[in-house]
Design a binder for this molecule. Structure first.
Ligand code: HEC
Ligand code: HEC
Length: 304
């Protein structure tokens, strides 16, 4: 309750809570009818269906007491826990610190599990079925929404089960990709290359992986590529793992190989973003998920 923007709402809530409690008490008190002497209960005077009449009996005592108890409970609760505007309660309980305590307790419980692997070589972790199962669970919880539950990716999200890597597939590089994240920078060329030149370079790119192209365009596109693209993708278009520039000479495509998609890639650019997970997961968990990912393409025992 510390995020009210000004005092008005704080006071508003306090007044509302206290007023409702007082109102409840008032309702109980004002309905207190004492039991008539001699046990003769009066009729209300209403009559339905000829003989149906309403007695003016007092409320049952246990029922009235139940109401007083709920009011007493509310008061005790409001002293102990947050509820009265900005007043945080004597117990200092907040949902945030309750959550932190739960996380700390859970971490303490699983820490010994992770400790076993903290010093172990990633390739050895990948060979341990129990560790791989833990890595898979971490993957499903943190990575599957982008890379797919089977880690095969989709358009714009790389497949992690093949041996084709943007940045590199050795354990250390995979770990770095996960820990620090990756930001790919393929610039938009729309202001530099368009019209015939754009079509030419797209045909040249397609020719690199053996797709059908117009050979005249391919010839002309080669020069456009050498001048604009080779710096990142390499003269042979085999890519550059330092900046995550993919090989354009194989049949693996991150965004797609049709003329339309490559045209879009070149004119608008691409900025694949892999979020950093270092702070979120911590080193121990990252080692396990790294081992799992590495195992997917390196035939770790039993990996699928
Ligand atoms: C928000 C989506 C998203 C999430 C979540 C995500 N990734 Fe990624 N990841 C990407 C994208 C996009 C790329 C490609 C970046 C690029 O285009 O350069 C990538 C790249 C990678 C790479 C580099 C692949 C290569 O070819 O070099 C690895 C390894 C990886 N992710 C693993 C993981 C793991 C493990 C997790 C979970 C801990 C994860 N990712 C969570 C989107 C995501
Ligand atoms: C500054 C470096 C840089 C330059 C210059 C550059 N690229 Fe790229 N290119 C990249 C990066 C990095 C990616 C990966 C983008 C991503 O992962 O989101 C990429 C991706 C691509 C892709 C997508 C491949 C796939 O698998 O879907 C194509 C096609 C491509 N580039 C073609 C070109 C062409 C053609 C040129 C020249 C006109 C060019 N690039 C110039 C860095 C560059």
């Amino acid at each position: 309750m510390s995020d009210f923007i000004n005092d008005f709402w704080n006071i508003y809530v306090v007044v509302l809570v206290i007023a409702s409690l007082l109102f409840c008490a008032f309702i109980i008190l004002s309905n207190r009818a004492s039991r008539p002497k001699g046990g003769v209960v009066e009729l209300h005077g209403h009559q339905w269906d000829e003989t149906l009449a309403e007695w003016n009996n007092p409320l049952p005592r246990w029922w009235v007491w139940l109401f007083w108890m709920t009011i007493a409970f509310a008061i005790v609760y409001l002293i102990a826990y947050p509820g009265l505007g900005r007043f945080g309660g004597q117990l200092n309980w907040t949902s945030a610190n309750a959550y932190e305590r739960e996380v700390a307790a859970a971490d303490a419980k699983v820490a010994p599990l992770f400790e076993r692997y903290a010093q172990m070589d990633i390739k050895l972790i990948a060979a341990d079925p129990e560790a791989r199962a833990m890595g898979e669970r971490l993957f499903l919880n943190n990575c599957a929404q982008c890379h797919g539950t089977d880690a095969r990716g989709s358009r714009g999200f790389p497949n992690l089960t093949d041996s084709d890597w943007l940045y590199g597939g050795d354990p250390e590089t995979i770990k770095a990709s996960i820990t620090d994240g990756r930001n790919a920078m393929m610039p938009a060329f729309s202001s530099m290359i368009d019209g015939e030149q754009l079509r030419d370079v797209v045909h040249y790119v397609r020719s690199l992986s053996g797709l059908t192209v117009d050979s005249m365009r391919q010839q002309r596109g080669k020069a456009v590529f050498a001048a604009n693209c080779a710096a990142c993708h390499g003269a042979e278009a085999h890519g550059n793992p330092v900046m995550g520039a993919p090989s354009l000479a194989d049949s693996t495509w991150l965004y797609g190989s049709t003329e339309a998609i490559i045209t879009q890639t070149v004119s608008r650019g691409r900025n694949g973003h892999m979020p950093a997970h270092g702070d979120l997961l911590g080193d121990d968990k990252i080692r396990l998920v790294t081992a799992y990912v590495w195992g997917l393409s390196n035939n770790a025992t039993g990996a699928h």
